[in-house]
Design a protein around this ligand. Structure first.
Ligand SMILES: [Zn+2]
Length: 154
């Protein structure tokens, strides 16, 4: 078994985004992070001598990071939508954002854990993954040295 790793800090795969974590003392206020997105792939070498081509995986991670970049990331189920605005009520506060500034994701909260799970799901759905791959793991750091990893066995 071989493990490949892409480090988002070193490979410059990341995004800047704002979020709010409801009912959290400090993170319950709107704030942002410079996130990095990492990947680990476990599998066996194919006939060409490698486990997975790094390039399409990096391109996919970059494309997803680009979608998240410079947005306010909110869980889709928690907001009210009007034509031009997205509003959200959290812990007695009401935020209203221009629609174009917001990215609504099918997650429960915009934590690093949930963002890693979202990116992992996208990678598995959208990337052609050879049978020789046994697991894919995505990590999302909110800052250097602080992040969450989600792994899926294939
Ligand atoms: Zn935060």
């Amino acid at each position: 078994m071989i493990r490949l790793e892409i480090n988002g800090w070193e490979a410059h795969i990341g995004f800047s985004a704002a979020h709010i974590l409801p009912e959290h003392d400090k993170c319950g206020r709107l704030h942002g992070h410079n996130y990095a997105v990492h990947a680990r792939v476990e599998g066996f070498k194919g006939e060409q001598g490698f486990v997975l081509d790094f390039i399409p995986l990096k391109e996919k991670l970059r494309a997803i990071a680009q979608e998240l970049d410079h947005r306010v990331i909110l869980p889709a189920g928690t907001v009210k939508e009007s034509e031009n605005e997205i509003s959200i009520k959290l812990s007695g506060k009401r935020y209203v954002f221009p629609r174009e500034d917001v990215l609504l994701l099918d997650i429960r909260r915009s934590t690093a854990e949930e963002l890693a799970g979202y990116i992992l799901k996208r990678v598995i759905e959208e990337l052609e993954i050879p049978d020789s791959i046994v697991a894919i793991e995505i990590g999302v750091d909110e800052s250097r040295g602080q992040g969450a990893w989600v792994k899926k066995k294939l």
